[in-house]
Design a binder for this molecule. Structure first.
Ligand code: KG4
Ligand code: ZN
Length: 338
């Protein structure tokens, strides 16, 4: 029996989770509302808020799990990629926790953790087992990648964005519409009452299974600029249609490339991960694609798509089984690749 404490602090969510042999016992997340007024994450404020949140969040995770601190066999933390000041808080806390409790320390790559979040189990909830090799469409605020996953730690990025990430496209377009940060969930909600065919945006021509979203962002901006000249109330009168059309375009681009990746690799076992994987249109359309093209699609629960420590703890669990530990001189890495 192994019990892992996972710590996530790569961006603006402070999270701690306890996993016992692949089963989640607790997952506590403190969001930082301090950034809302700025329309994006302010790194200095994020790191300060992590410092305030980390101890109460860990304390709650241990209590919610119904265990004692002394039951924990290892601590796993996000080493990167992410904001350096934010990563430092989780890394330093984890080092101190490992040292004072005399347990091993495990570093985790945040992106690998998003992909491995599929392996989190919860008591009383059955889920289909995912088979290697599988393809993961990893879509977040900072990354957009298609990854071939041959084994837990044998992953190869076969396509990625050449400019903005999909989450960034949602957030930046939402910002020019005057919507709150993060814009992805707001666009998702507005889209429910909008016509996805109301506005047509150009499709990028990125090579192979690579992505590009900067052109979409520019054409969205130009559309608003031109229409606002004619009608100053344009955004307000069309916000649902604008959101639905933008969302449809982004999802079309993502699934179009995923389909290409399936064709190129012959791998039909498919997953999605990262914050944008919470998008309802992406989730619905992936199921439609899976049925049509005979893929096996694994769609994670929404709570495991955005940043959380449960995914760090499960990744840590697989590293614990391998005895893959790090020493106290480990440092966070803002740009960590795998
Ligand atoms: O994985 P994540 O929590 O943090 C990063 O590692 O970036 O992803 C955050 C991103 C943001 O860009 C946010 O707007 C987007 O995920 N997001 C969504 C939805 N929920 C979160 N985008 C579209 N639809 C959603 N429902
Ligand atoms: Zn993330």
């Amino acid at each position: 029996m192994k019990i892992i404490l996972g710590i996530e602090s790569s961006c603006d969510d402070t999270s701690a989770a306890i996993i016992k042999d692949k089963f989640l016992l607790s997952n506590v997340i403190a969001n930082q509302s301090v950034h809302n007024a700025y329309g994006g994450v302010v790194p200095e404020l994020a790191s300060r808020a992590h410092q305030q949140n980390i101890i109460p969040v860990v304390d709650k995770a241990i209590k919610d799990a119904g265990i004692q601190k002394s039951d924990i066999n290892a601590v796993a933390f996000t080493r990167g990629p992410g904001l350096l000041g934010s990563l430092l808080v989780g890394t330093s806390f984890s080092k101190g926790f490992a040292l004072s409790n005399n347990i091993p320390l495990i570093e985790v790559n945040h992106l690998q953790a998003h992909i491995l979040s599929h392996f989190i189990n919860e008591k009383g909830k059955d889920k289909a087992t995912i088979k290697f090799p599988f393809l993961s469409l990893l879509v977040s605020g900072g990354h957009t990648q298609i990854v071939v996953v041959r084994d837990y730690f044998d992953m190869e990025i076969i396509g990625e964005t050449i400019d903005d990430a999909a989450g960034e496209a949602f957030d930046k377009c939402a910002k020019v519409m005057g919507l709150d940060y993060p814009g992805g969930p707001v666009i998702d909600k507005l889209s429910k009452d909008g016509n996805p065919e109301a506005f047509i945006f150009p499709r990028p021509r990125a090579k192979g299974v690579n992505f590009s979203f900067s052109g979409l962002k520019t054409s969205f901006l130009y559309l608003l600029r031109d229409e606002l000249k004619k009608n100053t109330n344009f955004i307000n009168e069309n916000k649902n249609d604008l959101a639905a059309s933008l969302q449809k375009t982004i999802v079309d681009i993502l699934l179009g490339k995923l389909r290409k990746a399936v064709k190129e690799t012959g791998i039909k076992e498919v997953t999605i991960g990262g914050g944008v994987a919470a998008n309802s249109e992406l989730r619905n359309r992936l199921n439609v694609f899976a049925e049509k093209y005979r893929w096996t699609a694994h769609i994670p629960e929404k709570k495991f798509t955005t940043d959380n420590a449960a995914m760090i703890a499960i990744t840590g669990y697989f590293k614990l089984l391998k005895g893959d530990f790090v020493e106290q001189n480990i440092t966070p890495q803002a740009r960590l690749v795998f």
